[in-house]
Design a protein around this ligand. Structure first.
Ligand SMILES: NC(=O)c1ccc[n+]([C@@H]2O[C@H](COP(=O)([O-])OP(=O)(O)OC[C@H]3O[C@@H](n4cnc5c(N)ncnc54)[C@H](O)[C@@H]3O)[C@@H](O)[C@H]2O)c1
Length: 372
């Protein structure tokens, strides 16, 4: 495990409970966790249940007692670890976004492809029961042809100008807000609706410098808020909004898909519920119904507690890690890093559109072409 912060803790939790939630042929062993601060790292190793810790990630990734390298560092640090792990023949699990820029993402995919190692990107939302059910309902045609996509993610993480500078405000290393929140939103859009051809975006930054020491400030290079229009290859149209300066809105993430025959709506604050409306509903039932994605017939639900006990956001991580471990060591693993690269390309197109104030095609990013 590389990184012991928020996601290092979350992934460790997922590996630890995986064999309680799913019958697995191979039980994961948490062998070694890496970071830079010895005291904090030693405490994390003890608390998360790792056998040992190390401040030298480069020697750890080629260690004989390691089969899988799980990367939970900021985006700008992903590529180097992926390349080293792949060169050592280890399987790779990496947090989103794949990288903070397209070139690093492409190099990371080239490394795992050349090495032929199993690889996966963590997209935990698509592994939540209600969103897996939403995908299943779209797949079986429950809402007809998808016409409109809407995703909104409002948070207050950057609302206070007194929050000091850290990697999240540094675009070259931490990636933009479009990339951070957009990676999840675009992953779900691609899963539920299909590929995105082109986008037009606007971004803004309200607090452009933050304290980085007692008497110094650093320039903020990320967006505080962005909004995007998208055109999907299949003809659907989409809207995305992501912002980290919305006071009193803690990760208020919601998505909606409108099809020719119905609507599906999901809201993170009620994460086990899915709203469904169908044009086949009797006029007396006009509106929408609330489905509780807790029935044993629903995706993932049977692995968890009986209906009504409620599941939290960690469920998405545990479900994804279980899916990967269930397919160890043969695979296939999905979504893989190549899939994450396509999501990255869409996010980079959004960033580029905001900079150039024009519709921008995803193909332009993938070709490596600069702005016209
Ligand atoms: N899937 C999700 O829902 C989700 C949620 C939050 C974060 N993330 C992603 O997980 C990754 C890590 O985010 P986090 O919230 O755990 O961050 P964090 O700040 O809590 O932890 C980051 C870890 O990386 C290490 N680190 C920090 N700066 C570093 C540097 N300059 N070089 C090397 N290592 C460094 C830290 O010591 C720490 O162990 C990011 O890619 C982020 O986008 C995903």
């Amino acid at each position: 495990m590389i990184g012991y912060g928020f996601m290092g803790r979350m992934h460790s939790y997922a590996y630890r409970v995986a064999s309680m939630m799913r019958e697995l042929r191979h039980r994961p062993r948490l062998s070694v966790i890496c970071g830079r601060n010895r005291d904090a790292l030693a405490a994390a190793a003890r608390s998360y249940g790792f056998e040992r810790w190390s401040t030298d990630w480069e020697s750890v990734v080629s260690s004989p007692d390691v089969d899988l390298v799980d990367i939970c560092t900021p985006p700008g640090a992903h590529r180097a670890v992926i390349e080293a792990a792949a060169a050592a023949g280890k399987a790779v699990v990496c947090e989103k976004p794949l990288a903070s820029n397209y070139e690093d993402g492409r190099a990371a995919v080239a490394a795992v492809t050349a090495a032929g190692v199993l690889n996966a990107s963590i997209f935990n939302y698509r592994h939540l029961p209600a969103l897996a059910l939403m995908n299943q309902r779209v797949r079986v045609g429950a809402i007809g042809d998808v016409r409109l996509w809407r995703a909104i993610w409002l948070g207050d993480e950057f609302a206070d100008p007194a929050i000091p500078f850290d990697w999240r405000f540094d675009k070259p290393f931490g990636g933009s807000t479009i990339l951070d929140l957009g990676a999840h939103m675009v992953d779900l859009a691609r899963l539920l609706v299909g590929e995105i051809d082109e986008v037009v975006a606007q971004s803004t930054t309200f607090v452009d410098a933050r304290a980085s020491g007692a008497e110094s400030t650093s320039q903020v290079t990320v967006d505080d808020a962005s909004a995007i229009l998208a055109r999907f290859s299949g003809g659907a149209r989409g809207v995305f909004e992501m912002a980290k300066v919305c006071v009193g809105r803690p990760t208020d993430f919601g998505i909606e898909v409108n099809g020719s025959a119905g609507t599906l709506i999901w809201d993170f604050s009620h994460l086990n519920e899915l709203w469904f409306a169908s044009d086949r509903d009797a006029p007396s039932d006009y509106g929408r119904r609330r489905i509780r994605a807790e029935h044993p017939s629903h995706p993932y639900a049977a692995h968890w507690w009986p209906a009504a006990l409620g599941l939290g956001a960690e469920t998405g991580f545990v479900n994804q890690i279980c899916d990967l471990l269930e397919r160890w060591p043969d695979g296939p693993w999905t979504p893989d890093l190549d899939d994450a690269l396509r999501t990255l390309a869409v996010c980079i197109a959004m960033e580029r559109s905001a900079e150039t104030k024009r519709w921008t095609s995803v193909a332009e990013v993938e070709r490596g072409a600069g702005p016209a």
